[in-house]
Design a protein. Sequence first.
Length: 293
Amino acid sequence: MVELSVKNICPAGKQALVCFLLSSTIFTISFFSGNVFGYSAELWALTYWGPALYFCLFNFVLRYCYKEFMYEVSTRAAFLGCAFATGLYLATFDSGVSTFGAYLAVLSFFHFSEFMSVALTNPSTLTIDSFILNHSVQYAIAAVASWTEWGLEYYFCPDMKTCYSLSCVGLALCIGGELVRKSAMFTAKTNFNHTVQFVKKPDHRLVTHGVYALCRHPSYVGWFYWSVGTQIILLNPFCVVAYGLASWSFFRERVFAEEATLLAFFGAQYVQYQKKVPTGLPLIKGYTIDSSQ
Ligand SMILES: C[S@@+](CC[C@H](N)C(=O)[O-])C[C@H]1O[C@@H](n2cnc3c(N)ncnc32)[C@H](O)[C@@H]1O
Protein backbone atom coordinates (compact mmCIF):
# COMPACT_ATOMS: atom_id res chain seq x y z
CA MET A 1 0.00 0.00 0.00
CA VAL A 2 1.45 3.38 -1.01
CA GLU A 3 1.29 5.97 1.76
CA LEU A 4 0.68 9.40 0.26
CA SER A 5 2.49 12.22 1.99
CA VAL A 6 5.02 14.88 1.06
CA LYS A 7 7.50 13.11 3.40
CA ASN A 8 7.36 9.94 1.29
CA ILE A 9 7.72 11.73 -2.01
CA CYS A 10 10.43 10.28 -4.27
CA PRO A 11 13.67 12.30 -4.90
CA ALA A 12 12.64 13.41 -8.41
CA GLY A 13 9.26 14.57 -7.08
CA LYS A 14 10.96 16.55 -4.29
CA GLN A 15 13.34 18.09 -6.80
CA ALA A 16 10.47 19.09 -9.11
CA LEU A 17 8.53 20.59 -6.20
CA VAL A 18 11.51 22.66 -5.01
CA CYS A 19 12.35 23.92 -8.53
CA PHE A 20 8.72 24.80 -9.28
CA LEU A 21 8.17 26.60 -5.96
CA LEU A 22 11.50 28.43 -6.03
CA SER A 23 11.05 29.65 -9.59
CA SER A 24 7.42 30.64 -9.20
CA THR A 25 8.20 32.49 -5.93
CA ILE A 26 11.13 34.44 -7.39
CA PHE A 27 9.16 35.34 -10.50
CA THR A 28 6.13 36.37 -8.43
CA ILE A 29 8.22 38.57 -6.10
CA SER A 30 9.95 40.26 -9.06
CA PHE A 31 6.75 40.83 -11.02
CA PHE A 32 4.74 42.16 -8.11
CA SER A 33 7.52 44.26 -6.56
CA GLY A 34 6.34 47.21 -8.71
CA ASN A 35 2.83 46.99 -7.24
CA VAL A 36 4.29 47.25 -3.73
CA PHE A 37 7.10 49.80 -4.20
CA GLY A 38 5.73 51.80 -7.14
CA TYR A 39 7.28 51.81 -10.61
CA SER A 40 10.63 53.53 -11.11
CA ALA A 41 12.96 52.97 -14.07
CA GLU A 42 15.29 50.84 -11.90
CA LEU A 43 12.45 48.76 -10.57
CA TRP A 44 11.08 48.28 -14.07
CA ALA A 45 14.43 46.80 -15.04
CA LEU A 46 14.43 44.58 -11.95
CA THR A 47 10.86 43.46 -12.57
CA TYR A 48 11.50 42.27 -16.11
CA TRP A 49 15.23 41.57 -16.39
CA GLY A 50 15.48 40.13 -12.87
CA PRO A 51 13.39 37.03 -13.63
CA ALA A 52 15.12 36.51 -16.99
CA LEU A 53 18.55 36.73 -15.33
CA TYR A 54 17.44 34.40 -12.53
CA PHE A 55 16.20 31.83 -15.06
CA CYS A 56 19.52 31.83 -16.93
CA LEU A 57 21.58 31.63 -13.72
CA PHE A 58 19.38 28.94 -12.22
CA ASN A 59 19.71 26.81 -15.33
CA PHE A 60 23.47 27.33 -15.28
CA VAL A 61 23.61 26.12 -11.65
CA LEU A 62 21.34 23.16 -12.42
CA ARG A 63 23.55 22.15 -15.34
CA TYR A 64 26.54 21.80 -12.96
CA CYS A 65 24.71 20.27 -10.00
CA TYR A 66 22.54 17.66 -11.68
CA LYS A 67 22.90 15.15 -14.45
CA GLU A 68 20.52 13.43 -16.85
CA PHE A 69 17.08 12.65 -15.35
CA MET A 70 17.37 15.02 -12.35
CA TYR A 71 18.57 17.84 -14.62
CA GLU A 72 15.72 17.25 -17.08
CA VAL A 73 13.19 17.22 -14.23
CA SER A 74 14.66 20.36 -12.64
CA THR A 75 14.65 22.46 -15.81
CA ARG A 76 11.10 21.47 -16.75
CA ALA A 77 9.76 22.10 -13.25
CA ALA A 78 11.61 25.46 -13.06
CA PHE A 79 10.29 26.44 -16.47
CA LEU A 80 6.73 25.53 -15.46
CA GLY A 81 7.11 27.50 -12.21
CA CYS A 82 8.23 30.57 -14.18
CA ALA A 83 5.36 30.15 -16.66
CA PHE A 84 2.88 29.75 -13.79
CA ALA A 85 4.01 32.98 -12.07
CA THR A 86 4.10 34.85 -15.40
CA GLY A 87 0.54 33.68 -16.03
CA LEU A 88 -0.60 34.88 -12.59
CA TYR A 89 1.03 38.25 -13.23
CA LEU A 90 -0.53 38.68 -16.70
CA ALA A 91 -3.90 37.67 -15.23
CA THR A 92 -3.85 40.87 -13.14
CA PHE A 93 -3.64 43.10 -16.26
CA ASP A 94 -6.62 45.32 -16.91
CA SER A 95 -7.00 44.15 -20.53
CA GLY A 96 -7.69 41.02 -22.60
CA VAL A 97 -4.11 39.92 -21.83
CA SER A 98 -5.46 38.75 -18.47
CA THR A 99 -7.32 35.90 -20.20
CA PHE A 100 -4.03 34.66 -21.69
CA GLY A 101 -2.41 35.00 -18.25
CA ALA A 102 -5.08 32.87 -16.59
CA TYR A 103 -4.71 30.27 -19.36
CA LEU A 104 -0.91 30.19 -18.98
CA ALA A 105 -1.18 29.66 -15.21
CA VAL A 106 -3.76 26.86 -15.68
CA LEU A 107 -1.71 25.17 -18.43
CA SER A 108 1.61 25.23 -16.56
CA PHE A 109 0.00 24.06 -13.32
CA PHE A 110 -1.66 21.15 -15.15
CA HIS A 111 1.63 19.84 -16.56
CA PHE A 112 3.45 20.26 -13.25
CA SER A 113 0.65 18.60 -11.27
CA GLU A 114 0.62 15.63 -13.67
CA PHE A 115 4.28 14.95 -12.85
CA MET A 116 3.70 15.44 -9.11
CA SER A 117 0.65 13.18 -9.10
CA VAL A 118 2.63 10.34 -10.68
CA ALA A 119 5.51 11.02 -8.26
CA LEU A 120 3.09 10.68 -5.33
CA THR A 121 0.88 7.82 -6.51
CA ASN A 122 2.98 5.63 -8.80
CA PRO A 123 6.67 6.67 -8.53
CA SER A 124 8.03 3.51 -10.13
CA THR A 125 6.52 4.68 -13.46
CA LEU A 126 7.83 8.25 -13.16
CA THR A 127 9.67 9.42 -16.28
CA ILE A 128 10.30 12.76 -17.95
CA ASP A 129 7.16 12.04 -20.02
CA SER A 130 5.11 12.26 -16.81
CA PHE A 131 5.01 16.04 -17.40
CA ILE A 132 3.14 15.11 -20.62
CA LEU A 133 4.66 18.21 -22.24
CA ASN A 134 5.39 16.13 -25.34
CA HIS A 135 2.02 14.38 -25.37
CA SER A 136 1.64 14.18 -29.16
CA VAL A 137 2.09 16.20 -32.36
CA GLN A 138 -1.67 16.80 -32.38
CA TYR A 139 -1.52 18.18 -28.83
CA ALA A 140 1.25 20.62 -29.83
CA ILE A 141 -0.64 21.69 -32.97
CA ALA A 142 -3.78 22.26 -30.90
CA ALA A 143 -1.83 24.45 -28.44
CA VAL A 144 -0.27 26.55 -31.22
CA ALA A 145 -3.68 26.88 -32.93
CA SER A 146 -5.21 28.22 -29.72
CA TRP A 147 -2.38 30.76 -29.23
CA THR A 148 -2.76 31.85 -32.86
CA GLU A 149 -6.51 32.29 -32.56
CA TRP A 150 -6.14 34.22 -29.31
CA GLY A 151 -3.39 36.44 -30.82
CA LEU A 152 -5.32 37.25 -34.00
CA GLU A 153 -8.54 38.03 -32.16
CA TYR A 154 -6.72 40.09 -29.54
CA TYR A 155 -4.97 42.09 -32.28
CA PHE A 156 -7.96 42.70 -34.53
CA CYS A 157 -10.76 42.72 -31.99
CA PRO A 158 -9.37 43.29 -28.46
CA ASP A 159 -12.84 43.85 -26.97
CA MET A 160 -13.62 40.23 -27.73
CA LYS A 161 -11.13 39.23 -25.03
CA THR A 162 -12.68 41.24 -22.23
CA CYS A 163 -15.71 39.08 -21.46
CA TYR A 164 -14.20 38.20 -18.08
CA SER A 165 -17.28 36.52 -16.62
CA LEU A 166 -17.25 33.94 -19.43
CA SER A 167 -13.52 33.48 -19.00
CA CYS A 168 -14.20 32.70 -15.32
CA VAL A 169 -16.64 29.97 -16.38
CA GLY A 170 -13.73 28.41 -18.31
CA LEU A 171 -11.51 28.73 -15.25
CA ALA A 172 -14.14 26.95 -13.12
CA LEU A 173 -14.35 24.17 -15.74
CA CYS A 174 -10.55 23.77 -15.69
CA ILE A 175 -10.42 23.64 -11.88
CA GLY A 176 -13.28 21.10 -11.83
CA GLY A 177 -11.60 19.04 -14.58
CA GLU A 178 -8.26 19.09 -12.72
CA LEU A 179 -9.93 17.95 -9.49
CA VAL A 180 -11.74 15.06 -11.20
CA ARG A 181 -8.59 13.95 -13.06
CA LYS A 182 -6.37 14.12 -10.00
CA SER A 183 -9.01 12.32 -7.87
CA ALA A 184 -8.84 9.52 -10.44
CA MET A 185 -5.04 9.34 -10.24
CA PHE A 186 -5.05 9.35 -6.43
CA THR A 187 -7.83 6.73 -6.32
CA ALA A 188 -6.32 4.32 -8.85
CA LYS A 189 -2.72 4.89 -7.60
CA THR A 190 -0.42 2.18 -9.05
CA ASN A 191 -3.24 0.95 -11.33
CA PHE A 192 -3.12 4.27 -13.15
CA ASN A 193 -0.64 4.74 -15.96
CA HIS A 194 -0.24 7.58 -18.44
CA THR A 195 0.04 5.06 -21.25
CA VAL A 196 -2.52 2.31 -21.84
CA GLN A 197 -1.15 -1.05 -20.66
CA PHE A 198 -1.52 -3.94 -23.08
CA VAL A 199 0.03 -6.53 -20.77
CA LYS A 200 -1.51 -7.05 -17.33
CA LYS A 201 0.91 -6.55 -14.44
CA PRO A 202 0.49 -9.10 -11.62
CA ASP A 203 -0.54 -6.37 -9.15
CA HIS A 204 -3.00 -4.60 -11.51
CA ARG A 205 -6.40 -4.48 -9.75
CA LEU A 206 -9.69 -3.25 -11.15
CA VAL A 207 -10.60 -0.01 -9.39
CA THR A 208 -14.34 0.54 -8.93
CA HIS A 209 -14.51 2.71 -5.81
CA GLY A 210 -14.33 6.46 -5.18
CA VAL A 211 -14.61 8.53 -8.33
CA TYR A 212 -14.52 5.27 -10.36
CA ALA A 213 -17.92 4.40 -8.87
CA LEU A 214 -19.36 7.47 -10.61
CA CYS A 215 -17.79 6.97 -14.05
CA ARG A 216 -15.44 4.45 -15.67
CA HIS A 217 -13.02 7.04 -17.06
CA PRO A 218 -12.78 9.92 -14.58
CA SER A 219 -9.29 11.01 -15.64
CA TYR A 220 -10.46 11.34 -19.26
CA VAL A 221 -13.66 13.10 -18.15
CA GLY A 222 -11.53 15.59 -16.20
CA TRP A 223 -9.11 16.12 -19.08
CA PHE A 224 -11.95 16.52 -21.60
CA TYR A 225 -13.63 19.32 -19.63
CA TRP A 226 -10.25 20.85 -18.71
CA SER A 227 -9.26 21.08 -22.40
CA VAL A 228 -12.53 22.76 -23.41
CA GLY A 229 -12.25 25.00 -20.32
CA THR A 230 -8.84 26.29 -21.44
CA GLN A 231 -10.40 27.60 -24.66
CA ILE A 232 -13.29 29.22 -22.79
CA ILE A 233 -10.71 30.99 -20.58
CA LEU A 234 -9.06 32.29 -23.78
CA LEU A 235 -12.48 33.25 -25.20
CA ASN A 236 -11.54 31.42 -28.42
CA PRO A 237 -14.83 30.57 -30.17
CA PHE A 238 -13.28 28.45 -32.95
CA CYS A 239 -10.99 26.50 -30.66
CA VAL A 240 -13.76 25.84 -28.13
CA VAL A 241 -15.59 23.88 -30.83
CA ALA A 242 -12.43 22.36 -32.33
CA TYR A 243 -11.08 21.27 -28.90
CA GLY A 244 -14.47 19.80 -27.96
CA LEU A 245 -14.64 17.74 -31.17
CA ALA A 246 -10.96 16.74 -31.20
CA SER A 247 -10.91 15.73 -27.51
CA TRP A 248 -14.18 13.83 -27.87
CA SER A 249 -12.93 11.88 -30.86
CA PHE A 250 -9.54 11.22 -29.18
CA PHE A 251 -11.18 9.90 -25.99
CA ARG A 252 -13.73 7.82 -27.91
CA GLU A 253 -10.90 5.91 -29.58
CA ARG A 254 -8.80 5.77 -26.42
CA VAL A 255 -11.69 4.43 -24.30
CA PHE A 256 -12.51 1.83 -26.96
CA ALA A 257 -8.92 0.52 -27.08
CA GLU A 258 -8.47 0.71 -23.30
CA GLU A 259 -11.69 -1.14 -22.53
CA ALA A 260 -10.73 -3.94 -24.94
CA THR A 261 -7.60 -4.49 -22.79
CA LEU A 262 -9.53 -4.12 -19.52
CA LEU A 263 -12.03 -6.76 -20.67
CA ALA A 264 -9.13 -9.06 -21.51
CA PHE A 265 -7.54 -8.37 -18.09
CA PHE A 266 -10.60 -8.58 -15.85
CA GLY A 267 -13.26 -10.44 -17.93
CA ALA A 268 -16.66 -10.81 -16.24
CA GLN A 269 -15.65 -8.42 -13.44
CA TYR A 270 -15.25 -5.61 -16.00
CA VAL A 271 -18.50 -6.56 -17.81
CA GLN A 272 -20.36 -6.19 -14.49
CA TYR A 273 -18.64 -2.85 -13.88
CA GLN A 274 -19.62 -1.62 -17.37
CA LYS A 275 -23.27 -2.57 -16.69
CA LYS A 276 -23.38 -0.51 -13.50
CA VAL A 277 -21.20 2.53 -14.30
CA PRO A 278 -21.24 4.81 -17.41
CA THR A 279 -18.05 6.01 -19.13
CA GLY A 280 -18.75 9.58 -17.96
CA LEU A 281 -17.99 11.02 -21.41
CA PRO A 282 -20.94 12.36 -23.43
CA LEU A 283 -22.23 9.86 -26.05
CA ILE A 284 -19.26 7.51 -25.56
CA LYS A 285 -20.28 3.95 -24.73
CA GLY A 286 -16.88 2.31 -24.77
CA TYR A 287 -16.03 -1.25 -25.85
CA THR A 288 -18.76 -3.75 -25.11
CA ILE A 289 -18.68 -7.45 -25.92
CA ASP A 290 -21.23 -6.62 -28.70
CA SER A 291 -18.84 -4.09 -30.32
CA SER A 292 -16.43 -6.91 -31.08
CA GLN A 293 -19.08 -8.90 -33.03
C1 LIG B 1 -4.44 6.96 -18.40
S1 LIG B 1 -5.07 5.73 -17.33
C2 LIG B 1 -6.79 6.13 -17.51
C3 LIG B 1 -7.65 5.43 -16.54
C4 LIG B 1 -9.13 5.64 -16.79
N1 LIG B 1 -9.47 5.41 -18.17
C5 LIG B 1 -9.59 7.00 -16.37
O1 LIG B 1 -9.96 7.79 -17.26
O2 LIG B 1 -9.56 7.31 -15.19
C6 LIG B 1 -4.89 4.29 -18.32
C7 LIG B 1 -4.59 3.02 -17.55
O3 LIG B 1 -5.53 2.83 -16.52
C8 LIG B 1 -5.94 1.47 -16.48
N2 LIG B 1 -7.33 1.47 -16.02
C9 LIG B 1 -8.38 2.10 -16.60
N3 LIG B 1 -9.49 1.94 -15.88
C10 LIG B 1 -9.14 1.17 -14.81
C11 LIG B 1 -9.84 0.68 -13.68
N4 LIG B 1 -11.13 0.94 -13.50
N5 LIG B 1 -9.14 -0.07 -12.80
C12 LIG B 1 -7.85 -0.32 -12.96
N6 LIG B 1 -7.12 0.13 -14.00
C13 LIG B 1 -7.76 0.87 -14.90
C14 LIG B 1 -5.81 0.93 -17.88
O4 LIG B 1 -5.45 -0.43 -17.91
C15 LIG B 1 -4.67 1.79 -18.46
O5 LIG B 1 -3.45 1.13 -18.40
